[in-house]
Design a binder for this molecule. Sequence first.
Ligand code: SAM
Length: 311
Amino acid sequence: MFDLNIKIAEEFSVDESAVLFHGGCLDLLKDMPDKSMQLVVTSPPYNIGKEYEKKINIETYIKQQTEVIKDCVRVLSDTGSICWQVGNYVNNGSIIPLDTVLYPIFTDLNLILRNRIVWYFEHGLHCSRRFSGRYETISWFTKKTKEYVFNLDPVRVPQKYPAKKYFKGPKAGQYSCNPLGKNPGDIWDIPNVKNNHIEKTEHPCQFPVELIERFVLSMTNEGDWVFDPFLGTGTSIIAAIRHKRKGAGAETEKKYVDIAQDRIQKSINGILRTRPMNKPKYDPATSNNSLTISPCQNAEQGQLYHDPGVA
Ligand SMILES: C[S@@+](CC[C@H](N)C(=O)[O-])C[C@H]1O[C@@H](n2cnc3c(N)ncnc32)[C@H](O)[C@@H]1O
């Protein structure tokens, strides 16, 4: 799984295996040949004023995104995929789901939407004037071809009832579900990288590695290139090289480039700690965590009362 011979290059060449470019993605894209990338997977800035972005009006944001997406489509192989992960742009309390705004850019470039994946997670900002946002989306586009790569078996997830058998008919007695597991569906319940996550760095919105592994395994084959134009902490390159693919990405902020360099090198050395794919989520209630009992709950009667010590 780990190839200790991989070196991390700073400039793109098809002969490299891992390319970490410090600079804007459009500059890295200039060096990439047409149709050379099998998978483009990314989470661009959402234009919500995070520490690495300056909030701009939505029209300018869409223009900038269009420029990058156009060049990503140029480098996309004919059987390749683009997965664009976004949340909401918020303006004066009004939310604009960015995937709906960006959708026409992709379709105008002759791509088709294969799935709109809902990434559900439990941790994030607590809102007081609307329900707290607990999902984002990943729009998966391909070219208009039946030949796009999609390998389901490596990303199947455990069945709920793997031992279930047909009880009548010609298949009676045989297992009724695929022994390799089931299709993961288009709602992905994968923990996001918040403070207690094993992969957390100082970046405010990292991808969990397991999220990108699912794309890499299903949409590429060994030796293919995976490209992330907004690389952040290097997650997409990590997911690529740990499955014998090649990874390239651009990041403008030096401090994130340094974090990415460190994580990618640790991954090459086989010592990067990540949350394994398909690991069941931690459930505090069934793990006998004492913090699951509310201070407002009368343990004997299971009734709620007001504890004056609790706000
Ligand atoms: C939402 S974050 C991506 C985080 C990433 N998915 C990870 O796992 O760490 C977007 C990143 O894009 C970077 N960025 C912003 N504009 C960029 C550009 N024009 N080219 C390359 N990176 C850019 C930001 O500094 C930020 O780290």
